[in-house]
Design a binder for this molecule. Structure first.
Ligand code: ZN
Length: 243
């Protein structure tokens, strides 16, 4: 599904637009001049839908799968998607440690399967990570993409800001969603204080558009959506929950 010139939604589950497997996060394709990247990969059960949407988008070769964090709905599909596309996986240091080990426990997958969130067919395969990224800037065929460290929802969480001709597009992963909602989980690597600082950092970027890891895309005035979350944290309260 085309969101902007060169930016397509290629996976989205029950919490979003139901394009692929219900457990999938939103995954985005960014198409530059002769190069493309994926932001997140889904849970692995909706790969054929995602690959079909990629083909329909007519993208040049996907060189990299950028993983925002190691939760299964974003990362369990990364290994298989990267293999099928001949792409590299890039992730933060903390996410890379979980992905390379295929550490379902650290990814929260073991507990989530026990809780019935995922079926046992969701598997975190050991996933080679070609490059560890923190902050810094990536080039996607002439499209500038800033990586932003945003821990809190999960350790080593990354967001990405694209400098698109139509404005600043924030790929926020699970740090913050439309209408200022957040996902605070009862998991060992959740850190609410770090999440508040991360949301503040993202709000300061004053993005025009917000394409988050779940839910609907925000096509204008995304800064107002981020302000809902940052205002709540400043009052030392929690923003509204994603679900
Ligand atoms: Zn998550």
């Amino acid at each position: 599904m085309k969101l902007l010139d060169g930016i397509h939604l290629v996976a989205s589950g029950y919490l979003g637009l139901s394009l692929s497997d219900p457990r999938d996060c939103n995954a985005y394709l960014l198409v530059g001049d002769g190069d493309s990247v994926l932001v997140d990969a889904g849970c692995g059960l909706g790969i054929e839908h995602t690959l079909a949407l990629l083909r329909r988008a007519g993208a040049p070769d996907v060189s990299r799968v950028l993983v925002t964090h190691a939760h299964a709905d974003h990362a369990a599909g990364a290994c298989a998607v990267a293999e099928r596309l001949g792409a590299d996986v890039w992730a933060s240091r903390a996410a890379a440690a979980v992905l390379e080990a295929g550490d379902a426990e650290a990814a929260g997958l073991t507990a989530a399967i026990a809780a019935g969130v995922y079926p046992p067919s969701v598997v975190l395969r050991p996933t080679p990570v070609a490059r560890v990224i923190g902050g810094g800037t990536l080039d996607v065929g002439g499209l500038r993409l800033d990586a932003i460290e945003t821990p809190g929802h999960a350790a080593g969480h990354l967001a990405f800001l694209a400098h698109h001709a139509r404005g600043r597009v924030l790929f926020s992963g699970d740090a913050v969603f439309a209408r200022g909602r957040v996902a605070v989980l009862a998991t060992p690597d959740t850190d609410v204080v770090a999440l508040a600082a991360s949301v503040e950092r993202l709000a300061a970027l004053a993005p025009d558009m917000l394409f988050s890891g779940h839910g609907e895309p925000v096509m204008r005035d995304a800064a107002a959506h981020l302000a809902v979350a940052s205002d709540a944290f400043r009052r030392q309260t929690l923003p509204p929950p994603l679900v």
